[in-house]
Design a protein around this ligand. Sequence first.
Ligand code: ADP
Ligand code: ASP
Ligand code: MG
Length: 438
Amino acid sequence: MIKVCKFGGTSMADGITLLRVKNILEIDPARRYVVVSAPGRRFSGDSKVTDLLYSTYKEVKEGGHVGESFTKIAERFRSIVHEANVAIDIEALLYETACAIEREESEDFTASRGEFLMGRIMAAFLGIPFIDARDVVKLDAQGRVDARTYALLKDRLHGIGRAVIAGFYGEGPEGRVKTFSRGGSDVSGAIVARATGADLYENWTDVSGFLACDPRIVASPSGIKKLSYRELRELSYMGANVLHSEAIFPVREAGIPIRIKNTFRPEDEGTCILPDKGFVPGDRPVTGIAGKKNFTVIYLEKSLMNAEIGFAYRVLEVLKRHNISFEHMPTGIDTISFVIDSEQLPDLEVVEREIVEAVHPDKINVIPAIALIAVVGHGMSRNVGISARLFSAIARTGVNVRMIDQGSSELNIIVGVENVHYERTVRAVYDEFFGEGK
Ligand code: ADP
Ligand code: ASP
Ligand code: MG
């Protein structure tokens, strides 16, 4: 039996939590491969080491040397090593790291040093080998995992009973360190699980599993006992960032289940994420709710649009020219909307003009500052009246729905509301499906 355990930033935050992690690993000998994040926040208002590393990169770019942010990072690691009593020459390691950051002049390299240092410390603490992700995780220019990765990892781990692997980064095509997007140690954990043919990928964090809704919006939401891969993908992509939205892919190929566990309450069951095939949904029609702010909706209306061959194609050509990907494309008979992450539209006016030139719509409306809320669950397709309940609940709070998109899978319904109404709407939807007595 092999379990791969990924520990997030809060599980690495100080020396005391390192002792907790050691206990968790010792209790179960199947927990053989450990993937670590950089130290996260210890309390609200504290800094994450990765954020300090991004500031370090800016300081090096401006002044040529590591500065104030690196001093804070060094303090953080010194205190972890001291508190957990780790036998490692932390001063030498910090000095080498600072020199390497100044030499490499790379944002990704700098950002990756949190996981690198934490991996070195954790390996020394547990007395097991450290594996630098640079040597085994190979990424293409777009940051996708290169197929060589699995063979390399397998080879490197062959005959090693236990190891610590740094999360969040690998090596890009030019032999330079490349990171995943934020929260990417979850992806590293999934890669190691797949490479080792693990029976289980345990993801240890600071909540007792996937919750039905973001706990920063609703206080103590219900826990989710089990999720299918597809439900996980929908929820994490739509903003439930307890797990990175791309962590699913490596494990899905191999059918490895994921369990989300709480480092601070290891006795709690957590959430089990299972393959779609054979998945038996729970009793609730809705499994979970997630959402994100800051989208722009471009709404187009034109009589007989339905009969105009290539209408959507010409709009998409404009988006392609500007390197813009869209999230959703709800359509009516003579209307079509494109929902786009606002960050991708710095040249909104130019894009709007080019769309008008390309398709001559009767009407074009640009609606900025839209939040999307996804209501997800396999149970929705079997239950009549779920949308009626959803929309009545939103209407009762007095919020105007600006966009609706029901995924073709019937696994989700997505509604768009103004950013300012986001939290209120999430609470109303949560109360409707999970509130007292539901
Ligand atoms: P880690 O550092 O362990 O990777 P993250 O901060 O990335 O942890 O993810 C855990 C956090 O995700 C929780 O503390 C919680 O605030 C947030 N979160 C957002 N949506 C959800 C959800 N649906 N269920 C659980 N946690 C959620
Ligand atoms: N340390 C990285 C971040 O803060 C990666 C991770 O924690 O998963 O985004
Ligand atoms: Mg995370």
